[in-house]
Design a binder for this molecule. Sequence first.
Ligand code: ATP
Length: 359
Amino acid sequence: MAYLTLKDINKIYPNGFHAVHDFNLEAEKGEFIVFVGPSGCGKSTTLRMIAGLEDISKGEFLINGEVANQWGPREREVAMVFQSYALYPNMTVYDNLAFGLSLQGVDEDVIDERVQKTAKILGLTDYLDRMPRALSGGQRQRVAVGRSIIRKVGVFLMDEPLSNLDAKQRVTMRSEITQIHRETGATTIYVTHDQTEAMTMADRIVVMKDGYVQQIGTPRDVYFNPVNMFVAGFIGEPPMNFIRRKVENGCIQVGESQLDLSLKMGEKVKEYEGKEIVFGFRPEAITLHEQENAYALQGMVELTEMLGDNANVYVDIAQDKSILKVTPHEIPAMDEEIRFFIPVENVYLFDGDTEKVIM
Ligand code: ATP
C-alpha cells in the first residue's frame, strides 16, 4: 500500500483562487518525490496541504491508508524544512538541534545521542558549540535540515531548501540530502523550480503547471518520454528546441530542408495534413557529421558558448532559434552556415493545437 495518497486534491483559497486542481499521487514508503514547475504553479500549496498547514478544499489525503485530512501536523508525523532556515540565533548549534526534542520531554541522554548522530551525518560535529551567526550559509542550512531529521518522522517535506545557497553549496547539499534520505529511509517530498535538482535527486518527479499535474514519472521517463511540450521544454538544460510548421504533402519545410515526417510517423502523417505540428529535438541529440536515417537541417551560427566539456551553439534556422550541444573540438565559427543531423529516433513531434506529444 502507498504510504501517502493524494486523491483528487484541490485547493481553492478563500479569495476564490483555484491554486491546485485534482492532484493525484501515490508515494511509496521511502520514496523521494520532487515537485517541480515554474513559480506559482501550486507546488508549495500542495506541500503545505500534505504538512497540514493548509486545509484541503476538496479530495482525500491518506497516510498509510487512513484518511488524514483532519489530522494536525503533529499527528501526521511530518517534518518540514523551509526556504528560510530560521534558526534560534541565541542558541548554539547543539541547542538548535536539541530544542524540538527537549520540548517533547525526551531524555537528555537520548537527546545527546541523537544530536551527536545527526551532527555526524551532516558534518556538524565540530560546530556544535557555535552560534548560528558564526556559520556559513551552507552550514546553517545543514543545521536546519538537522533539526528536522533529528525527529524520527515518517515524512520529510522540503520547500526549496537550497534556494538561499550559492551554486557550489547547492551542488554539495544536493548530494548530502540524497545521502541523508538514503540513511533515514524517510518518504521525502521536495519542492523546487530547478529541473536539475529534480533530475538529480528524485526517484519520481511530479511536473506541475498552473495548478495542474502535467506528468509523474522517473527522471528518465520525463526526459525521454515527455507527454507534452511543456514537460519537454521544462526538463532538460538547455531546453528542447521546437519548430512549428504546417504539414504539406506529408512534409514540413524548414529553411531549405524539406523534412519527410513519414520517416517518423509512417501513415499517421496523413491525419496531420494541413495542420500544424511541432518538431522537437534536444540540443544534445544532434551530430555535425552526416548519418543515416536522420533529418538534416542548416542554420547560421549566432553565438557559441564554451562550457568546458561541451559547448552550446546558438543557430538561426530559417527564423527559428535553436541551441545545439557540441564537443569543444567541433565549435563552429560565428556567422558560419552549418549543417547538422538529428537521428529520426531523437525527434519528438507534438500536435500543434493540443501541444501533446504524438510520438
Ligand atoms: P513558488 O515557486 O513561487 O513558491 P509555487 O509553485 O510554490 O510557487 P504556490 O505558492 O503554491 O506556488 O502558489 C500557487 C498559486 O496560489 C499562486 O498563484 C499564488 O499566488 C496563489 N496563492 C498562494 N497563497 C495564496 C493565498 N493565501 N491566497 C490566494 N492565493 C494564494
